[in-house]
Write a protein that binds this ligand. Sequence first.
Ligand SMILES: Nc1nc2c(ncn2[C@@H]2O[C@H](COP(=O)(O)OP(=O)(O)OP(=O)(O)O)[C@@H](O)[C@H]2O)c(=O)[nH]1
Ligand SMILES: [Mg+2]
Length: 219
Amino acid sequence: MSSSRSPLSFKLVLLGESAVGKSSLVLRFVKDQFDDYRESTIGAAFLTQTVSLDEQTTVKFEIWDTAGQERYKSLAPMYYRNANCAVVVYDITQPSSLEKAKSWIRELQRQADSNIIIALAGNKTDLASRRAVQTEEAEKYAAEENLLFLETSAKDSYNVSELFTMIARKLPLEQAANAQRGGRAGGSNLMGGGAGSQSGRAGVDLRGGGQGSNDACNC
Ligand SMILES: Nc1nc2c(ncn2[C@@H]2O[C@H](COP(=O)(O)OP(=O)(O)OP(=O)(O)O)[C@@H](O)[C@H]2O)c(=O)[nH]1
Ligand SMILES: [Mg+2]
């Protein structure tokens, strides 16, 4: 098993239709908060959070929370390129959002790193009376496509930390620890080299044609 005292950094991207709850899952994971009235993400947001797997192993997620609105779709490859892992989110009350999630998964399978770990998350389980996607249907699809799968509620804080921990356990920790010992950044292919951004969030507003902004992206 890997052992390391400094966190092993990995790049994670969230994808999915607008309003399925990507930002809400991240807000729950990073700050343990929930907003009933969240504004739709513009461009993308960047946040970090760590997960301790055991006394020796801490994983630091460098999280790109993408904007689900169709007009931002063409930006997505910048965020999933070189990602170690992806969370593709749908809303269990909206079957069309599962179809959208499947199309993101096909795109990741074609275009992202071939070793990317993909998790499918069916969010908003607190809206049980409005459920329109059965657990078994999504579970079967996830098994066929070799994806991790969990249903979650950002609102009720159900399965949110479990989702990220499940992903952390699947990451190539040994390899990252060896790379770190060898002097390379933990997650191997992180944008920004991993060490630069310690915590918190930065919005990346890509309106106005420039992705030239700031610390957000060196891709
Ligand atoms: N009931 C319920 N509502 C949720 C949950 N997660 C998110 N929401 C609500 O769904 C709406 C959209 O959530 P966001 O987190 O902004 O969705 P998003 O996927 O980031 O949307 P974009 O940024 O437009 O791509 C907000 O009103 C949230 O409060 C959940 O688990 N349960
Ligand atoms: Mg959002």
